[in-house]
Write a protein that binds this ligand. Structure first.
Ligand code: IVH
Length: 716
């Protein structure tokens, strides 16, 4: 009987291994045909049969499950050709600190949050911040099953096959490790390996690489693992994701465990007890920096005790228990040849310096931001002189600075190299795109004039409209793959009714308009049949969208991702949100008060919101958009099992067991909303000694009042 027709349980172990090997490759091949080229060779039913066969054999021979097994892959292959992986725990980033002062503030904030007096009793670890790519390695039963890039922190790319070529990463952990282990760390290329690679490239007359980090990133993104294997990549373990058991109770202990399991860990990691020791270690690492065989861009500090890390918890994107102390940015001298003005989504005119190309920190820089009109003049954000008042002129020799992925900046000029006849830069008073007046608004609260000059053209200004569309389709908003800056500029400029996109709803009618027209997108340079198919698929895949993304995508001033999340959580559905914003238009009354009571939403933001919803043009665009897409209701907060999920709590008076910050963070992690003032929407008021007007109001309108102990009993 041929092995294909034998029941899985009747296969010998050799046959099963061969079959799984075949299926992994065959399914991957069909995936590539289907997703990558849009040319499937087999029917969906036949494809499903292959997957089922794979699952059956794996069930019968669990020891043979391969790292690259089709059953391990999640989601569809993105355009890059890698499968997506949803991280079991999000991969966060770190807050940055730049000075000794910032580090003192960080340490003080940790003590403050925990309600402890700074007495050096909290130990911190300090270790180099490796300039590579973060990686999450998932082991099940001791075996490496998935290696994923960070991606957007929630979803990354599955690069398991490539990671398996890195000798420093163990494919198998020693016996006795917890069943599920996710080791996280940095993949990097050693400076020496990078130089050797470049020497070889140069000898072969091929173009050389820019820096180790980009080369490592490029190597990891090779679709063929053989290519990755040729580049020598390395790894340092420093963090973890999901763990079915914890082998240690400190940061240091965890990293020591990883070392014992066979992972490389950084030898410069230390446990320290005071700010002075921390800063001394930072300086020491700074001195060693150039002699290390890997690039680092700072030192990371973490609270050592894991129970304290747990209490400190997270902000939206980064832990409260860690920070990255960055090294000063690298600088270089070059010439400023021109100043161009870019118009942003909200009409801000941003001056951009065009430079004689120069390498700064391993990357060629040709542009740098000049921030705003005052910055060019030598005036800071509060009206204070910067660069001792020196202005920036075309022709100047400038000091360019670049730090990490931040946009390069011009920090100063060399005055005695200023060419004769250089004149002060005249900032335009009109929008370079639409010609409307460009004005500097007066800040409502402070009465100060805004540093940013803005185009008043609004919807008339094509630059604003285009930027708006780019924002709408961008990664954190609708995330429409294949609809990047270039494509949007093309669609926007088109006069053809079957092609043009002027506002967001037009994106969703494009396919329909194409169907009924003879001017076909696929015949246009830069779009092929395959890419058009992918684009429509990407657009249609976003007809249902998370409420916070939808709100963020609207591009309302001051509504970034964090505020969009707060609003989505507070209102739950788009209709409730829009109704509330309209009801709040008069800037008084219940709807207005409730908006302002959302913790994190201040008056400036609240005003921007109601102004946005007063504008008929905005309501028209949204109306048409809602005919095409459905914002999802915000599911009850993740901690739906918790007794306070979805409840609104107000803390007032002094608390004794927690600091206010910790109480708030705890409540939020359990899915509660924490508000600053009491209203009819408040579910609980937790009142400590000294509570005043909020407590009175709660009693008056009949809100449940409890003390700290009752609250603790409630949340368990
Ligand atoms: S800890 C929850 N430690 O820096 C904290 N990160 O800016 C997890 N990085 O995405 C990160 N060296 O890629 C940590 N010793 C180190 C690091 C390190 C480099 C990277 C990492 C992270 C980024 C955050």
């Amino acid at each position: 009987m041929p092995t294909e027709t034998k029941p899985a349980t009747a296969l010998s172990i050799e046959e099963a291994g061969i079959a799984l090997d075949f299926l992994a490759k065959e399914i991957a091949r069909h995936d590539a045909l289907y997703h990558g080229k849009d040319e499937p060779e087999i029917s969906d039913a036949d494809y499903d049969a292959l997957k089922r066969r794979n699952d059956e054999i794996e069930a019968a021979f669990p020891d043979l499950v391969r790292a690259d097994s089709p059953s391990r892959r999640v989601g569809a292959a993105p355009a890059s050709g890698f499968r997506l992986v949803t991280h079991a725990r999000p991969m966060l980033s770190l807050d940055n600190t730049f000075s000794d002062e910032d580090v003192r503030d960080f340490v003080a904030s940790v003590y403050r949050f925990l309600g402890m007096i700074p007495d050096d009793s909290i130990a911190f670890t300090a270790e180099p911040k490796i300039d590579g790519l973060s990686m999450s390695l998932r082991y099940e039963g001791g075996r490496l099953v998935t290696a994923a890039t960070r991606g957007d922190g929630a979803v990354g790319e599955n690069v398991t096959a490539n990671i398996l070529t890195i000798k420093e990463i163990p494919p198998q952990l020693p016996a006795g490790v917890p069943d599920v282990v996710e080791v996280r760390g940095e993949v990097y290329m050693a400076k020496s390996d990078f130089s050797a690679l470049n020497a070889q490239m140069a000898a072969e007359g091929r173009p050389t690489y820019v820096n180790p980090r980009n080369t490592a990133a490029g190597s990891l993104r090779q679709l063929d693992p053989k290519m990755t294997a040729q580049r020598k990549l390395r790894f340092f373990a420093y963090a973890w994701g999901e763990m079915s058991g914890m082998p240690a109770d400190t940061q240091m202990g965890m990293v020591e465990t990883f070392r014992d399991w066979g992972f490389p860990v950084n030898p410069l990691m230390k446990r320290l007890n005071s700010v002075e020791e921390i800063i001394a270690h930072y300086n020491e690492i700074g001195l060693l920096r150039s002699s290390l065989d890997y690039d680092i861009d700072g030192v990371v500090y973490k609270v050592d005790r894991l129970d304290l890390q747990g209490r400190l918890g997270f902000r939206s994107r980064s832990p409260r228990w860690a920070t990255a102390h960055k090294f000063p940015a690298e600088q270089a001298l070059t010439q400023l040849t021109a100043i161009d003005i870019q118009v942003g989504r909200t009409g801000a005119l941003t001056p951009v310096a065009r430079l004689v190309p120069i390498t700064v920190g391993g990357v060629v820089v040709t542009n740098a931001t000049l921030h705003n009109e005052d910055y060019i003049k030598g005036i800071g954000n509060s009206g204070e002189p910067i660069r001792e008042g020196r202005d920036i002129r075309i022709g100047d020799t400038v000091i360019v600075q670049r730090a990490g992925d931040v946009i390069p900046q011009i920090v100063d000029i060399v005055l005695d190299q200023r060419p004769e006849g250089a004149v002060p830069y005249e900032f335009p008073r009109t929008c370079p795109v639409c010609g409307s007046h460009a004005v500097r608004e007066v800040h409502e609260k402070t009465g100060r004039i805004d540093a940013v000059r803005r185009c008043t053209g609004g919807f008339v200004c094509q630059a604003q409209a285009i930027e708006h569309l780019k924002h709408f389709a961008s990664r954190d908003a609708f995330d429409i793959e294949g609809l990047g800056a270039r494509q949007i500029e093309f669609f926007f400029a088109s006069e053809d009714p079957a092609l043009r996109i002027r506002t967001a709803p037009d994106i969703f009618t494009l396919e329909e308009r194409q169907r009924n027209s003879l001017s076909k997108l696929e015949n246009i340079d830069g779009f092929g049949k395959v890419s058009v198919g992918k684009l429509f698929a990407a657009i249609n895949g976003r007809r249902e969208v998370a409420l916070n993304r939808f709100i963020y995508a609207l591009g309302i001033r001051h509504i970034g991702e964090t505020n969009a999340k707060l609003l989505a959580r507070a209102y739950g559905s788009y209709q409730a949100f829009e109704t509330a914003m309209k009801d709040a238009a008069a800037q008084s009354g219940d709807a207005w008060n409730e908006l302002n009571a959302i913790e994190g939403i201040g008056e400036v933001v609240a005003r921007a919101l109601v102004e946005f919803f007063k504008e008929p043009r905005n309501l028209d665009v949204i109306g048409r958009l809602l005919g095409q897409v459905a914002p999802q209701e915000m599911a009850a907060p993740s901690a739906s099992g918790s007794p306070v999920a979805g409840k609104t709590v107000v803390f007032t008076g002094s608390l004794e067991k927690f600091t206010r910050d910790e109480a708030k963070a705890r409540a939020e992690s359990l899915g509660a909303k924490v508000a600053g003032s009491v209203s009819k929407k408040t579910d609980y008021v937790v009142a400590g000694p000294g509570a005043g007007s909020k407590l009175d109001k709660a009693r008056e309108i009949g809100v449940t009042v409890m003390d700290e102990d009752e609250w603790l009993a409630l949340i368990g």
